[in-house]
Design a protein around this ligand. Structure first.
Ligand code: ATP
Ligand code: MG
Length: 413
């Protein structure tokens, strides 16, 4: 990357919409120069449930970020979630062309196209075709085949697709908020960008972004994504359980959960008491804190059991030495990592977003791994000229440089 540019990430989650504006330096470093966080209304389980409400939520977060930075946003990298998202691995094979029999960019693009040509039903839209590695004349484990002498080139890819209508509803909302889409990135891959180290990805690791409505999962093996999925459970389920179990309102349940909750029952003494307002009872009730935490522990255990199933489904049970990295607001509950270690029987750490500077005061917690990852994804993929760019004849980085228009002065103060 030979010049500075500005990128935008928009993460429309089930509970909050985050818009981040990041300046990308000559060396690829990313600094946040504007952010806008707005409550999300109109989304359910990571999907658009009401267009107008979602557009308003997105527009409000965009406006905050524009005011803070003095930039007008014209396009953005956008996260996509929801349990309609599924993945599969596919291999593409081509004969190396050209009289020199050296692997060219064109051969790589053709191989990726061949892998992409899997049977995808017409009601599904392909979101990612990620090259995992190459096989050159039978030699496996090649990361960059360009220039190698060969007759036959194979590529292993990870393909992610979602329900076409869900994807279209989200892009409709972004467009109606007057922003063009640079690229859609599934939440788990964005969260991985902001939290996983290269070593973890090489060794084998699972990242789980526990949001409000969904838990977005990606498994990395040999440095590349091998499996991805979205589970339809998250922090909102925990809050609902607390509200029902303690017979209190959702707002109060959310507050109590965050203030007094933990998923690690070893941290809770039986004599600890809480006063909780009860629906229809002015005086409220006194409960054991343990009762609250048992409710939380039960639901968090369920989420972790689903993660364990997902590891099994991927075929990598017992083969993820770097363990599990938890992100998302749901991972902020006390004892989240302790309980996960028990249920999953793997090393577990909480992943706070890394690798960006600038206005990070409010953003350096796991709930912002996805939006921060969107900027890192953008910084990497815009500069790197993704291989698929050659197959459709247009460069993904075409929007580069016109991502935002400089309009400082338009926004007073
Ligand atoms: N400090 C905290 N302690 C416990 N839970 C928290 C804390 N902060 C946030 N949460 C929970 O995190 C959840 C929201 O997480 P996040 O902001 O990652 O979700 P989202 O991106 O809006 O939703 P999704 O990714 O599912 O579409 C809520 O259920 C909230 O209760
Ligand atoms: Mg999220």
């Amino acid at each position: 990357m030979d010049r500075e540019t500005v990128l935008v990430g928009i993460d429309a989650g089930t509970t909050k919409v985050t818009t981040l504006i990041g300046e990308v330096g000559r060396t690829g470093d990313v600094n946040i120069i504007g952010y806008g966080i707005a409550p999300s209304v109109g989304m359910k389980k990571g999907m658009v449930a009401n267009i107008d409400q979602t557009v308003n939520s997105i527009a409000s977060s965009i406006e905050k970020a524009e005011r803070l930075s003095g930039y007008k946003i014209s396009s953005a990298f956008v996260s996509v979630g929801g349990s309609h998202i599924g993945s599969q691995n596919s291999r593409g094979v081509v004969a190396v062309s050209g009289h020199k029999r050296e692997v060219s960019r064109e051969d790589v693009a053709r191989a990726t196209d061949a892998a992409r040509a899997v049977q995808v039903p017409s009601n599904r839209e392909i979101l990612h075709v990620v090259p995992r590695g190459y096989i050159v004349d039978g030699q496996e484990g090649i990361k960059d085949p360009l220039g190698m002498s060969a007759v036959r080139l194979e590529v292993e890819t990870h393909i992610v697709a979602g329900a076409a209508t869900s994807v279209q509803n989200l892009s409709k909302c972004i467009t109606q908020a007057n922003v063009a889409i640079d690229e859609m990135v599934i939440s788990s891959l964005a969260a991985a960008e902001a939290t996983l180290t290269d070593t973890e990805k090489e060794l084998g690791v699972l990242v789980a972004d526990i949001g409000g409505g969904t838990t977005d999962v990606a498994i990395f093996v040999d440095g590349a994504v091998y499996h991805s999925a979205v589970l339809p459970v998250g922090g909102i389920n925990v809050t609902n359980d607390v509200a029902i179990g303690l017979r209190t309102s959702l707002n109060l349940a959310e507050e109590i959960k965050i203030k007094h909750g933990t998923a690690n029952l070893n941290e809770v003494q039986p004599e600890e008491l809480l006063n909780v307002a009860v629906l229809g009872d002015e005086g409220g009730q006194t409960i054991q804190r343990r009762k609250l935490c048992e409710i939380i522990e039960a639901r968090m255990s369920e989420i972790y059991s689903l993660l364990r199933e997902e590891v099994k489904r991927s075929g990598h049970a017992g083969m993820l030495p770097a363990g599990v990295v938890l992100t998302g607001g749901g991972a902020r509950i006390g004892g989240a990592a302790d309980l996960a270690r028990d249920v999953l029987e793997m090393p577990v750490r909480i992943g706070s977003p890394q690798g960006v500077g600038g206005l990070m005061d409010q953003l350096s917690n796991p709930a912002f791994a996805t939006p921060i990852g969107l900027l890192l994804w953008g910084a990497e993929h815009v500069g790197a000229e993704p291989l698929t760019a050659y197959s459709n004849g247009s460069s993904v980085g075409a929007g580069f440089g016109r991502v935002v228009d400089w309009v400082r002065g338009l926004f007073p103060g």
